[in-house]
Design a protein around this ligand. Sequence first.
Ligand SMILES: [Zn+2]
Length: 289
Amino acid sequence: MPEAVRGTLPGTTLPGVVDHHVHLGLVDRALLADGPVVEVHDLGWDPREVAAWAAAPPSGLRVRYAGPFHTAPGGYPTGRSWAPDAAVRHVVSPDHATAAVADVVAAGGFAVKVALHAGMSLLPDDVLRALVDAAHAAGLPVLVHAEGAGQAERAIDSGADTLVHVPWTEPLPADVIARAVHMTWISTLAIHDGPGGSAGLELALDNARRFVAAGGRLVYGTDLGNGPAPAGVNEREIELLGTVLTGEALRRAVLGPLDAAPALTAALPMPDTAADLIAWLRASTRLPR
Ligand SMILES: [Zn+2]
């Protein structure tokens, strides 16, 4: 930091916000330039398109991407109006799973995204397991969209690394939570925050609290592009995360590793609550790189 800047800012510095769950194809990417968000993880898109955005990102933003959703033929999100054909990879066999993971590696993906959505076609256990094994053999984590009865439990027991949404469709039994503590769960709590409250939000918060109490890692992610949330910091997401985490745990969840290089500065004390963190981010400016 230049001497003159340091002299005028009695405040604090922190790394920038990391949004662990976005869909850049569904937002105005330019709005993410040089704001408090310094890194986003795109969790489902045409790998060629998202690789091009990552190679030439908005100023001050690091883009990492998973590439396509891996799902059963006819499985989620097949046929959804927002999902381009190339964002969905149908996997029909264990051999096909190995080939699909090799394609993620070739496309520069940082993770293998898998969809398990009850009520649509589902990957069978052997294909799911083959995706996990092939991803891990390639050094990539497996990130699962698990929705509906039993699907979070299947993801947990498959050896997958991350749930891209805190489970919101059912309360997970204590023994299932106990088997999940090796995982990271991405918050996406605000997407359930409908007018008049939402049963899904209450279920998600209850699952999240018990997961964190058991020792699991919960991180900030917004599912940006799904719904009307604005590009940038989602303050409601931080507010909801702040009902589960406080202090350093909250800062680590929203900002990524706290030993990362500082990216932001604000003339405010170190924030400990969600309200303080929101105010801090509003007041923050980017440090010169
Ligand atoms: Zn998503």
